[in-house]
Design a protein around this ligand. Structure first.
Ligand code: CP3
Length: 324
């Protein structure tokens, strides 16, 4: 999930002065925003403040974030020829500011909590590169995928190279774990996932190898959890659309799971949120290898006190379940 952001007053205050990309590109600001949730909420890990789309610019796809509309890629990929103009790049040069931020964050954290780095999976990154922004039906993405499968695989192979290089650079800079976000891969059928996405995501996990623990995240993926496991990840994320014990059974108990509270429940009423936390923890049944998390990112209208109470509640309840 995304844990920093607009639901925190201190983040909104910084955003009055700086754009999202300013924050991502300035190691001091990125360090500050990474630490904001760690100071305020009992989180067990820090998440590097950056954005999934940062590698698109050095790849040859500059973009901006438009107020209220999300990301906009200036010249999205319109067809096979556009893939030729993309270039693999050296993340230690093009994204040096992210790596500098990682060093600074680790110096500030002093080992209090681990730091998670991240990048996007090829399907999700390709969907932004092709659609030019967010999409509801991924029509352009799928048109390229079905209509020009060789070009699709060429694009995703390049994205897998870029993401693999970038994650290894983040690990060398000091992150303790990495998360691969395939946020929109649930738009595919399981068979299409296996044909068009899995081989490329798998290459990323093979590139990272056993350097640090890896987390593989997606939403709407109930039907493809076993395939995501086959692609890789020491931890597989599940969203709220599937009961957590069922998700874990599909993934296999030899892997860890992350999930799976619906972020909307944090808006309230609180008794309903706590009830759902209880249910998740009952389904975990004290089995080791569960990371309590939201099924997706926090909504900007979430009261920060609700997030604080959630973290406290999970810690006390999980401890008492583990003792019982
Ligand atoms: O602490 C954290 O977790 C924050 C770090 C973080 C951001 N983006 C900053 C951000 C992380 C882990 C991401 C990943 C990311 N970015 C994903 C994958 C995770 C997911 O939620 O599925 C995706 C799909 C993106 C692309 C992206 N960035 C979109 C679609 C948007 C606009 C939508 C929105 O929420 O407004 C962003 C903007 C963005 N990136 C924000 C933050 C905190 C929104 C806040 C702002 O505009 O200041």
């Amino acid at each position: 999930m995304r844990q920093a952001g607009r639901y925190m007053a201190e983040y909104r205050a910084l955003r009055e002065k700086w754009s999202l990309l300013d924050i991502c590109r300035n190691p001091d600001l990125a360090t500050e925003v990474t630490l904001q949730p760690v100071r305020r909420i009992e989180v067990d890990a820090a998440i590097l403040f950056s954005d999934l789309l940062l590698p698109l610019e050095p790849l040859g796809l500059p973009f901006d974030f438009l107020k209220g509309e999300g990301p906009q890629i200036h010249s999205p990929i319109g067809g096979p020829d556009d893939i030729d103009r993309l270039r693999r790049f050296e993340p230690r040069e093009a994204l040096a500011h992210v790596l500098t931020a990682i060093g600074q964050i680790q110096r500030e954290l002093k080992g209090r909590v681990p730091l998670i780095g991240f990048a996007g999976a090829p399907f999700t990154l390709a969907s932004y590169a092709i659609e030019g922004g967010h999409s509801n039906n991924f029509a352009k993405t799928k048109a390229l995928m079905y209509g020009h499968p060789e070009d699709w695989h060429r694009l995703c192979a390049l994205l897998a190279d870029v993401v693999g290089d970038y994650l290894v650079a983040q690990i060398d800079a000091g992150v303790d774990a990495v998360q691969v976000f395939d946020s929109w891969v649930g738009a595919l059928s399981p068979a299409d996932y296996r044909e068009f996405a899995l081989p490329h995501s798998k290459r990323i996990f093979e590139t990272v190898g056993t350097r640090v623990p890896t987390i593989h995240f997606g939403t709407g993926t109930a039907m493809m959890l076993a395939d995501m496991r086959d692609a890789g990840g020491d931890v597989i994320g599940a969203d709220w659309r599937i009961p957590l014990d069922e998700a874990w059974a599909r993934i296999g108990h030899d892997r860890a799971v992350q999930g799976n509270l619906d972020p909307t429940l944090l808006l309230g009423p609180l008794p309903r949120m706590f009830r759902q936390v209880d249910e998740i923890l009952e389904r975990v049944a004290a089995r080791p290898g569960h990371i309590f998390n939201l099924g997706h990112g926090l909504l900007p209208s979430t009261p920060v006190e609700h997030v604080q109470m959630l973290a406290q509640y999970v810690h006390t309840t999980a401890r008492s379940v583990a003792r019982a």
